[in-house]
Ligand binder design. Sequence first.
Ligand SMILES: COc1cc(-c2[o+]c3cc(O)cc([O-])c3cc2O[C@@H]2O[C@H](CO)[C@H](O)[C@H](O)[C@H]2O)cc(OC)c1O
Ligand SMILES: O=c1ccn([C@@H]2O[C@H](COP(=O)(O)OP(=O)(O)O)[C@@H](O)[C@H]2O)c(=O)[nH]1
Length: 487
Amino acid sequence: MESLNVLLLPEPGSGHLMSLIEAGKRLLGHGSAGGDDVGHGRELTVTVLVVRPPTPESALEVDAHVRRVAASGIGIRFHHLPAEDPPTDCGGNLQEFKSRYLELYKPHVRAAARELGASALVIDFFATPVLDVARELSLPAYVYFTSTAGLLALMLRLPALDKEFDADFEAFEGTVDVPGLPPVPAGSTPGFMGRKNSPNFTWFVYHGRRFMDADGIIANTVAELEPGLLAAIAEGRCVPGRPAPPLYPIGPVLDLDAKRDASSEACLRWLDAQPRASVVFLCFGSLGWFDAAKAREVATGLERSGHRFLWALRGPPAAGSRHPSEADLDELLPAGFLEQTKERGLVWPRWAPQKAVLAHPAVGGFVTHCGWNSTLESLWHGVPLVPWPLYAEQHLNAFELVSAMGVAVPLKVDRKRDNFVEAAELERAVRALMDGGGEEGRMAREKAAEMKDACRKAVEEGGSSRVALERLREAIREGARAATTTA
Ligand SMILES: COc1cc(-c2[o+]c3cc(O)cc([O-])c3cc2O[C@@H]2O[C@H](CO)[C@H](O)[C@H](O)[C@H]2O)cc(OC)c1O
Ligand SMILES: O=c1ccn([C@@H]2O[C@H](COP(=O)(O)OP(=O)(O)O)[C@@H](O)[C@H]2O)c(=O)[nH]1
């Protein structure tokens, strides 16, 4: 049987790239939602089109990941596209930068699709200009959405919101209507929405419009986690008058084969010695870091909460880097804090083995930056959350976790003071989540346990994500048949 070659075009930031590669594994029949029956994927080949990462730092991360996957024998192929020079006039506008950089690769994607005999294209959501290439070549094209259905609904609605709103969202005190969510306070909208005349906002409006041109949207979510939002999108309530592309919620798309490696063994051994569900874990994603002023509030809040904690604390990036540094604890923490809390707390000053930590029975709560991968990892293990959003779309995720999913206890984060949280507020939220008696914490724990069951059922035979994945494979086969007939 001739195999159908599905090309994946990830954004070269390691988070988005890893997520799309995981989705590729599922298409091939591997991974938690892929189905154990690899035979399902036998007639599909998956080739990742690798865009040169724009900085040496991200190149190191991406190369290492590509090498690991290539060596794993899982069958994902890699095709390196000729390098383009990244745009140099975007200033700090990262979303504009990502979008324009990927747009430069259109000719290379066209050439690769011809050379590799592509049957379908799956692109990162920052790469929507590439949909033109798919149209030219009559190739079915799918958008892979790494974040929530909440962000997806907002982006689909963005072209209309752009026309309805004159004011900048950062100056607006009211709420924004996102079908499928309770009214969203303007202060919980993603950072790129701040100023309407910013290139970031313009690009997100563009991407939201272009999603409607795709043959389908593959979402890293679970139908049971965001039912109202997925229904609102599917019923065309985000873009009235135009049917939405078919949605494929195939999540959670996570690499769950967390292994205990030697570098993180000490932190996991510390957890081994703690009682069940007694530890609150704090960790803030690949780009989250704290200065001494914020770290002092956290330290005071944790000390006063009286609860056990494991705190992954990282310091400011070194000059020229976007990635946090190993924390200098003498500089960041108040004098005496480590000594006073040594019986019940551990500060881990570097990258933490987050998946293994969340899987550990001693962990009972998670203070998180609300990155969607972190959130899914937490819910996979039924760990309830305290949201402390920092960047990208995380304020919207935080709102959804509290107001729609009910899996989190809210935390007051002062966005106007660079996402500052007062010690007393952190103490309150940690107590609410971890103390046995409170109603707020009980409800979040119950909901998180429900979501754990829902996520696990979704990836079993007959579960919603497995069914969506099979629908996607069938759509890819059908698209290829239709293309052959018209050719
Ligand atoms: C979702 O909108 C935005 C996402 C990002 C963004 O950028 C980024 C860059 C890197 O070099 C490494 C990263 O890990 C990374 C992550 C990231 O956002 C997170 O992506 C996750 C998917 O892998 C997941 O969706 C999380 O919820 C995101 O927070 C940047 C950005 O603007 C700068 C966005 O608007
Ligand atoms: O100290 C850390 C910080 C992050 N992560 C992992 O990095 C990813 C972060 O992805 P997410 O979408 O949550 O946020 P991002 O970092 O992309 O903003 C998740 O898989 C985490 O488990 C980790 O293992 N250790």
